[in-house]
Design a protein around this ligand. Structure first.
Ligand code: 2X7
Ligand code: FE2
Length: 312
């Protein structure tokens, strides 16, 4: 057992449109661009400045684009390297990756998940190709790739059963994740990589980065996204989870892949305000970069309690 329990230093909502990588022209990606989607990319810059000030050991990612039919799977080998090609946007994203996995923490999450009654499985195939959601989010959050990661797949409970069953399953997975982190003694950054509203255009401009074509798909999608961001900024995450089934239906949200609910479950449904670093659209989908400064909020609450005790 470690001397000190591990902790979640922060949680982030970090969407993964491959367009954001394409627009940055990093050496790992094949296609070249003239930029685009600056609002979101500058938001990621602000997030990275904040994260650079935090001390953490490992990044945990829940990704919509590793879809597993039975249960939740986790990467279960220390190293994966290959080329990730986006199946819908191979013209934008062909990224050469080489990443390290924290296998002991992944195994601990699998064990805790089983204790919650969930079906869990470790992915031990050395030729497994890591999905573009994971690669994109990890690059945008930490382009240095200098921390090991844990990757959790997206279970299909929302689609085979219902939005309600999906959310209940993801809250349980979040609880299991938090317990495994506490036992590990490590300091963890949690990444839920999903878009908010998810209706999108089906025709790509030429060039794809022509921003004169970029806007939200329709007014309904915008209003729903603003409702979700308001609840996050007000610290009303219980209310947010209660409204998620309707949001998923009405805005065809990528939240129905479970990432955001897993994160909020791991953070124990936080009631402190989240920081919204950016909101912008990509082919008409709504994307927000949001931070829950978990360790900072817990320290502030503990200090407030102490001050109240002293003055009473
Ligand atoms: O996977 C995505 C996404 N979530 C949003 C926008 C565009 C492309 O891919
Ligand atoms: Fe996606």
């Amino acid at each position: 057992m470690p001397d000190q329990p591990g902790e979640i230093v922060a949680g982030v909502l970090a969407p993964h449109p491959p367009h954001l990588i394409y627009a940055e022209n990093p050496p790992q990606n094949g296609p070249r661009s003239e930029g685009g989607w600056e609002e979101l990319r500058w938001g990621y810059e602000r997030l990275r400045e904040r994260l650079d000030k935090l001390d953490y050991d490992v990044i945990l990612v829940h990704t919509p684009h590793w879809k597993t039919v039975v249960g939740t799977h986790l990467l279960g080998l220390p190293h994966f390297a290959s080329k990730s090609v986006d199946p819908i946007f191979p013209n934008l994203f062909r990224y050469t990756y080489d990443l390290q996995v924290d296998v002991p923490l992944s195994e601990a999450i699998a064990a805790e998940g089983e204790r919650e009654g969930l079906v869990m499985k470790m992915m031990r195939n050395p030729n497994f190709r890591v999905d573009y959601g994971t690669i994109t989010a990890c690059h945008l959050v930490n382009p240095r790739w200098d921390k090991p990661i844990v990757v959790l797949s997206s279970n299909r409970a929302y689609f085979y059963y219902s939005n309600e069953v999906g959310d209940a399953t993801m809250l349980a997975l979040g609880r299991a994740t938090a317990r495994a982190i506490a036992q590990s003694g490590k300091r963890a950054l949690l990444v839920a990589t999903n878009s908010l509203s998810h209706r999108h255009f089906t025709v790509e401009p030429d060039p794809p980065e022509d921003m004169s074509h970029e806007h939200i798909y329709n007014m309904n999608q915008h209003l729903w996204d603003m409702r979700m961001l308001k609840l996050m900024r007000e610290g009303k995450t219980r209310q947010l989870v209660a409204e998620l089934p309707d949001f998923n239906e009405h805005a065809v949200s990528e939240c129905s892949d479970g990432s955001l609910t897993w994160l909020l479950g791991a953070l124990d449904l936080p009631s402190y305000p989240a920081k919204v670093h950016a909101y912008g659209t990509v082919i008409g989908t709504g994307n927000a970069i949001v931070e829950w400064p978990h360790a900072e909020a817990k320290a502030a609450a503990a200090l407030a309690m102490k001050t109240a005790e002293v003055s009473s």
